[in-house]
Design a binder for this molecule. Structure first.
Ligand code: WTA
Length: 629
């Protein structure tokens, strides 16, 4: 802990921070041209920048840097959806694969600065496609392969992608997802897209359009397995990734090449105490930030072996993760509380069936972990032998910003413990914005100064970036989360305080769900809230007023759930849809506080309801919700 405190102090103290970060940047990144200035600007006007003047290439720092020493070391171990089907790619294989895809992009016309959308399943080609984009300096936008055509279309349009990479189909828990068909539907409304690059996952027949489609299985073998890395500026956009906010459409969070890579690599090394012999399994999807940072960029920049897991934890049975651990000798395992809770429900037997002797460190991310799930993870999965690292971070932070360091930080179940290097957490009063300086306090969580992996802008909308993150509590970065700092200075995340839901670790804006609902002619008005859910963390509860002439029926509810599914994706399907008169103030504003309390079964804590236009709706609401739940 003394070493952590000393290093932390160096990383945040204005007198020593530049030397500290300059050293780290040199350690993890291969610079083509050294940087002139470690950091510039700040959160005041949102112009923070790191390693300015430097030029580098992300794929070189993840691949070429390790050669020839690690040429034959496994870089990616792929565990396919079909149990027992796996494939190992060495660092040299991944470099060749990446370069071939980079060359295929280039011969087709893609150039530095062009946006590329990647809509692919969890297969090694997807990681190599991301690296190939970085090879040629083309920012990527990965869209989770569970999103529907309209969500994919919106992301292609917003990023102005000219190139889309997909595969014939995706596989997940034995289900087949028709990715090429969905891509075609999305691209038919995206006039700027020039080519669709199609990889083969299963090789089954899919619709083809010779003018637009590029068949990668035909083109790649013809490509040279080496492609010179294109130098990019440290601050050039490496990728954008869309995430939900409290209002409007998802925003394209933009990360800078060097700062992001350093954040991913350094946190991967320290938070997981990564060693040369580690087999690192982050079982998230590359379509989310966790997959970007801890399946692809973090582990590869450290020369580690990374496992890509295509399936789901319960297919073919709830022992799948532990079978994976034993077969590949996984030493570091990283998942989400929702998966832990889902597995807890199946009892200890599926865990105990496997030895799990290789495990050293267990990580968790995505939502607050309840102490019960934490203990199960620690005692049952880790046999009380493994450190648990509860890593708190966001799409916007690039990598961990608060986490214990394994073997160093004394653990407390449910707490993400202490800040990572360079991160200055502050607890603020939500109303006044004043910093609460005592140790044990409750408030909103903000960060006081830029760290290398902090996102730089919202793509195409810097004003939205300022309004969302930097202007609510200037000159701090606002996380959107509530938190408590305890008497030991440990942090406990209390969840989102804005209109963002966290369901099974997925971030969903209530506004997105509502707009999908009101697009249906039966819905006059909708209000969505989260409520405590045993497995998902938060369930999605939608209250709505029906248009005159429509009656509530099981068929209609099913149809409305379907409307949300197809507008956003299956993971956003509402758990409850309740038709009921909405509680509104005299000026017509929906009182969500009441809706939240009722959904959570906390009707005794409704607070003041006298400002309602019609206070009698509350009783009707409570009765109805009780009936439905
Ligand atoms: C929540 C996922 C408590 C938080 C990496 C945050 C957490 C949001 C934790 C970001 C954690 C993430 N403890 N809450 N360890 N990790 N969160 O952008 O509410 O998908 O704001 O990034 O997840 O979700 P995102």
């Amino acid at each position: 802990m003394d070493d952590y405190r000393k290093m932390y102090e160096k990383s945040v103290n204005p007198e020593t921070a530049e030397a500290f970060w300059g050293e780290q940047a040199t350690r993890f990144i291969d610079w083509i041209r050294p940087f002139d200035t470690v950091r510039m600007g700040g959160f005041e006007v949102g112009d923070h920048a790191w390693f300015v003047g430097g030029q580098m290439n992300v794929s070189s720092s993840c691949l070429d840097k390790h050669l020839p020493k690690l040429a034959s070391k496994p870089a990616i171990v792929w565990e396919a959806d079909e149990p027992g089907t796996c494939e190992t790619l060495t660092y040299l294989d991944v470099l060749h694969g990446t370069c071939r895809i980079a060359n295929a992009l280039k011969v087709t016309g893609a150039a530095k600065g062009d946006f590329v959308t990647i809509y692919m399943p969890m297969m090694p080609d997807t990681a190599m496609a991301m690296l190939a984009c970085t090879r040629i300096g083309a920012p990527h936008t990965v869209v989770f392969a569970g999103f529907t055509a309209s969500s994919l279309r919106d992301r292609i349009l917003d990023s102005q992608s000219k190139w889309v990479l997909t595969s014939d189909v995706g596989k997940r828990g034995s289900k087949t997802i028709k990715l090429k068909e969905i891509t075609d539907a999305a691209v038919s409304q995206c006039p700027k897209v020039q080519k669709i690059f199609v990889f083969k996952r299963t090789g089954e027949e899919v619709p083809t359009n010779r003018d637009v489609d590029v068949h990668m299985d035909e083109l790649l073998p013809k490509m040279r397995p080496y492609c010179p890395p294109t130098p990019v500026a440290a601050e050039d956009t490496l990728f954008t990734l869309y995430t939900s906010g409290s209002t409007g459409k998802p925003k394209g969070v933009a990360h800078a090449a060097a700062g992001y890579l350093l954040q991913a690599a350094m946190t991967c090394l320290y938070s997981f105490d990564l060693r040369e012999t580690d087999v690192f399994a982050c079982v998230a999807d590359v379509g989310w930030i966790t997959g970007h940072s801890y399946i692809v960029y973090g582990p590869l920049c450290n020369g580690a072996t990374t496992v890509m897991f295509e399936s789901v934890p319960t297919y073919p049975d709830p022992g799948r993760y532990w079978d994976l651990v034993d077969r590949h000798g996984v030493t570091v395992f990283y998942t989400a509380p929702t998966a832990i809770r889902a597995l807890m429900a199946h009892g200890e037997a599926p865990v105990k069936k496997y030895s799990r002797a290789s495990l050293r460190i267990l990580g968790t991310v995505g939502e607050p972990i309840n102490p019960e799930a934490w203990r199960w993870y620690y005692e049952v999965v880790g046999d009380k032998r493994c450190s648990i690292v509860d890593t708190y971070w966001q799409t916007e932070t690039g990598g961990h910003v608060m986490t214990p360091l394994p073997g160093v930080t004394p653990m407390k179940p449910g707490s993400c413990c202490l800040p990572f290097f360079g991160v200055v957490p502050k607890v603020l009063d939500s109303q006044t914005g004043a910093e609460l300086r005592e140790t044990a306090v409750d408030g909103v969580l903000a960060f006081g100064q830029s760290w290398p992996g902090a996102c730089r802008t919202v793509w195409g909308d810097h004003e939205r970036y300022m309004n969302t993150y930097l202007l609510p509590y200037p000159p701090n970065y606002f996380t959107g989360d509530g938190c408590r700092r305890d008497e030991d200075g440990y942090f406990w995340i209390m969840g989102r305080i804005d209109d963002v839901l966290n369901t099974s670790g997925h971030r969903i804006g209530t506004a997105e769900v509502e707009s999908a609902l009101v697009a249906h002619q039966a819905v006059a008005q909708a209000a969505t809230v989260g409520y405590p859910h045993d497995i998902k963390g938060q369930g999605i509860c939608c209250y709505l007023e029906l248009t005159k002439g429509y009656e509530e029926s099981p068929e209609l509810i099913k149809e409305l759930k379907g409307a949300v599914r197809s507008a956003i994706g299956p993971f956003a399907t509402p758990d409850l849809i309740i038709a009921v008169p909405l509680p509104k103030t005299r000026s017509g504003k929906i009182m969500r506080r009441i809706l939240r309390k009722v959904a959570a079964g906390e009707e005794s804590q409704l607070g003041d309801v006298t400002t309602l236009a019609d206070p009698t709706v509350v009783d009707a609401l409570i009765t109805k919700v009780k009936k439905v739940q």
